[in-house]
Design a protein around this ligand. Structure first.
Ligand code: SF4
Length: 356
């Protein structure tokens, strides 16, 4: 199975914490960008004849930020792959019924709405362009447009956020009845406006309690916790992201998009003008040796709560580290199958750093 990722690098306004490759208007290059993207997508069949994506994921940036005319003109090209799962990320401040109807006609069958929080002070800290009421309205509009698989993105560990605020966020999310919830611990990335303000995140103990609370509440509401930050109704896990976590193959189109295909990993140029003028030049490319690939598959696979089977080569080389992590109570090992323990989920990054 393979997946296609499309990167749309435009946003209405940059959020204060955002380190993704995206720009806020005026978008002088919007039409030029879509023409370049159309060419890149159109060339996939001849460049990679056996690339038949079963999942398409349009992210960014904000895929729903461009105007309706633009989306109407260019989005149908993605539907031509007839993927089993076709996801689009949407910002509540940039969708309306017309855009949602268009996405539905194009074949989109999974919507991921970036809510982040229903608390006005958290939304302000994060620099989001929408209110909580707009996020709820966006969800209702999406349901009315016929979307039966909707994911909500939330955050915890936001400066100023309390446990009460987090509980209220989860309750409001659950009240909408989504099929999937992603909830990430906010990372304050260097170079972002949020980092410049030097904000104080909740202390680590509170963040750990928040994470435990999220897990408990979502489990009680019938969600399966299937990846460190992701929860789904049974059978509605995000297939595209499962592909990443299982070391699968995918091709990314658009500036700064990453690909992994036939043992090669590359990234498109992270420069919109360059991309529009010269096409998808690769600014990075590496051929993965089988051992590096197996190690990476181990780390990515550990993100899934079911764990991962360790290849014999990696087992031989990493056995001592794996057993030490087991003794530390961070890994469960059964034969050559390993998974994070419950207490390791919150500190997964430090476990992974021992294994790469
Ligand atoms: S909407 Fe997403 S991509 Fe755009 S600025 Fe905000 S966090 Fe970044």
């Amino acid at each position: 199975m393979a997946g296609l990722y499309i990167h749309i690098p435009f946003c209405e306004r940059k959020c204060s914490y955002c380190a993704f490759y995206s720009f806020s208007g005026p978008w002088k290059n919007e039409e030029k960008f879509f023409q370049a993207l159309e060419m890149e997508v159109g060339n996939l069949k001849s460049l990679y004849p056996d690339f038949l994506p079963e999942t398409v994921f349009i992210g960014g940036g904000t895929p729903t930020a461009p105007g309706l005319d633009c989306l109407e003109k260019y989005f149908p090209m993605f539907g031509e792959f007839s993927p089993a799962e076709f996801s689009v990320e949407a910002n509540p401040g940039t969708i309306d019924r017309q855009k949602l109807d268009l996405l539905k006609r194009t074949g989109v069958n999974r919507l991921s709405i970036g809510v982040q929080s229903f608390d006005s002070s958290c939304l302000e800290t994060l620099g989001r362009i929408h209110s909580a009421a707009q996020a709820e309205e966006a969800f209702r509009l999406a349901r009315a447009a016929g979307f039966e698989n909707i994911s909500l993105d939330l955050m915890f560990g936001v400066p100023g956020q309390t446990m009460e605020m987090l509980n209220a966020d989860i309750d409001r999310a659950l009240a909408l009845g989504p099929e999937h919830i992603s909830i990430y611990n906010l990372t304050v990335e260097e170079g972002t406006p949020l980092a410049d303000r030097n904000p104080e995140k909740p202390d680590e103990e509170l963040e750990r309690d928040m994470y435990d609370q999220i897990r408990a509440k979502l489990k009680a509401a019938g969600f399966a916790h299937y990846e460190i930050s992701n929860f789904a109704r049974p059978g509605l896990e995000c297939r595209h992201n499962l592909l990443y976590w299982s070391g699968g193959e995918y091709i990314g189109c658009g500036p700064a998009a990453h690909s992994h295909w036939k043992g090669v990993r590359w990234a498109n140029v992270s420069d919109l003008d360059d991309y529009c003028g010269n096409g998808p030049r690769r600014e990075f490319e590496e051929k993965l040796d089988p051992e590096a690939k197996a190690r990476e598959t181990l780390v990515m696979g550990l993100r899934r709560l079911t764990g991962v089977e360790v290849s014999p080569d990696v087992w031989k080389k990493q056995q001592a580290v794996l057993q030490w992590l087991e003794e530390e109570g961070l890994l469960e090992i059964d034969g050559h199958h390993v998974r994070l323990t419950e207490s390791a989920l919150f500190v997964s990054d430090s476990v992974f750093s021992e294994l790469v």
